[in-house]
Design a protein around this ligand. Structure first.
Ligand code: HEC
Length: 160
């Protein structure tokens, strides 16, 4: 027991090193770009406490979903997170041909890649986008989207 206790700090140090290395590998820019928000359609709003999220995508993607077609390559989905009336952060998903190949199968979310942009447009390098993929992978049957039903119900009037 005594010598086990002595080892605990060593185990913690090793775990810390692994976490740091993992973070360095994953927190790198990927292919996701920040789109021009003015060109997107705001189709739903989610409010939670102080957070207001405007969710938007391209008109082409909305038409494709409504026609039961695959979401086109090059599509952006954007979640603009407002706090106190200002943009706090912007989450982006973008789909591109073969982009899923950048990740191994356990992490892959179709051909979607994810990114967290700061209000100045730079990438939040402290985020590991594997986290985004891990959560959104539970929506694999809805093209990795959480608000696909809202999109289907969207009739052209901004839902506030
Ligand atoms: C713990 C689960 C979870 C994680 C982690 C997560 N998301 Fe989401 N995401 C959601 C949920 C739930 C929604 C629906 C909006 C809401 O309820 O706030 C959503 C919505 C979105 C949307 C709008 C399109 C859609 O799916 O409806 C984008 C874009 C998005 N997330 C990007 C990201 C990015 C980028 C990251 C990582 C930086 C991320 N998400 C991490 C759960 C998650």
């Amino acid at each position: 027991m005594r010598h086990l206790l002595k080892r605990i700090p060593i185990l913690f140090a090793a775990a810390g090193a692994v976490i740091l290395i993992g973070w360095k590998v994953d927190a790198e820019p990927n292919r996701t770009t920040m789109p021009e928000l003015a060109g997107l359609v705001h189709y739903t709003t989610i409010r939670r406490g102080e957070v207001t999220e405007h969710i938007m995508t391209t008109n082409e993607a909305i038409q494709a979903v409504k026609n039961g077609q695959p979401i086109p390559e090059g599509t952006h989905f954007v979640l603009v997170d407002y706090r106190d009336g200002e943009i706090y952060r912007t989450f982006v998903m973008e789909k591109g041909r073969g982009w899923g190949d950048d990740y191994d199968e356990t992490r892959r979310t179709g051909d979607w890649q994810f990114q967290w942009f700061k209000p100045d447009g730079s990438v939040n390098m402290a985020e590991n986008t594997a986290r985004c993929q891990s959560c959104h992978s539970s929506r694999a049957d809805q093209d990795f989207l959480y608000t696909l039903d809202d999109l289907k119900a969207f009739d052209g009037a901004v839902i506030d």
